[in-house]
Design a protein around this ligand. Structure first.
Ligand SMILES: C[S@@+](CC[C@H](N)C(=O)[O-])C[C@H]1O[C@@H](n2cnc3c(N)ncnc32)[C@H](O)[C@@H]1O
Length: 202
């Protein structure tokens, strides 16, 4: 999968920001692009964070991506990665100028997806930007063939781990729903990773 560098594509949006928050940050692929920015604090939340292996995971991913990894002391100063379940996390606690949520919302059914988007929106400063990238159901051939059993209604079960369920977004419904609730700045589909991308300005 070719991944767009969100710092390169959103340089103007983050100009002057002091922190960026990646919701469901995984192996820090997106956050590490912001090392090239002046943003002081790179923050992430994920329920699967293993603090004892965080730096080595980062180091390996950065090296594989062709980056020069930060030294551990610099990493510790620049990154703040919390282990938390997004359903319990308090997004209103600290406000951010740029929030990313990429390829995470398919773990939530529609009812919870929109609640979570509302809560992330609460974590934005006035004028801040929310970047949402969601797998959509118009193009699920890869997911269907490799990982998932189709349970209908855009619900797929992980073949290897049946307790993990994917709720793919219905493109039209998703865009309509978001448009009724938020000021959508931009929307497009990504051909490289089969998803809908929406940016919301607060
Ligand atoms: C497909 S990965 C995407 C990771 C990253 N955003 C990226 O694009 O590389 C989805 C991530 O969402 C996290 N996740 C899923 N449900 C979560 C929840 N309820 N609370 C916190 N993290 C969650 C998973 O642990 C996983 O790291």
């Amino acid at each position: 999968m070719i991944r767009t560098n969100l710092f390169e594509t959103h340089k103007d949006d983050i100009h002057g920001s002091s922190s960026v928050l990646d919701v469901g940050c995984g192996a820090l692929h997106d956050l590490m692009c912001f090392e090239d920015s002046e943003i002081r604090l790179l923050q992430g939340i994920d329920m699967a964070v293993d603090q004892s292996r965080l730096y080595s995971t980062y180091f390996n991913v950065a090296a594989k991506a062709g980056r020069t990894p930060l030294k551990k002391a610099h990493f510790v100063n620049r990154y703040r990665i919390q282990q938390a379940d997004l359903q319990q996390y308090n997004f209103g606690g600290e406000l951010h100028n740029f929030i990313i949520c990429r390829n995470v919302l398919h773990f939530f059914p529609d009812s919870e997806k929109y609640v979570l988007i509302n809560r992330m929106h609460m974590g934005l400063e006035q004028g801040g930007l929310l970047y949402l990238q969601v797998n959509h159901s118009d193009n699920v051939n890869i997911i269907r063939s490799e990982y998932a059993v189709d349970r209908g209604d855009n619900v797929f079960e992980n073949k290897v781990n049946p307790s993990q369920v994917f709720f793919l977004a219905n493109y039209e419904h998703f865009v309509t729903e978001i448009n009724t609730q938020f000021a959508v700045l931009d929307r497009y589909t990504s051909k490289t990773d089969d998803s809908i991308i929406l940016t919301i300005r607060k």
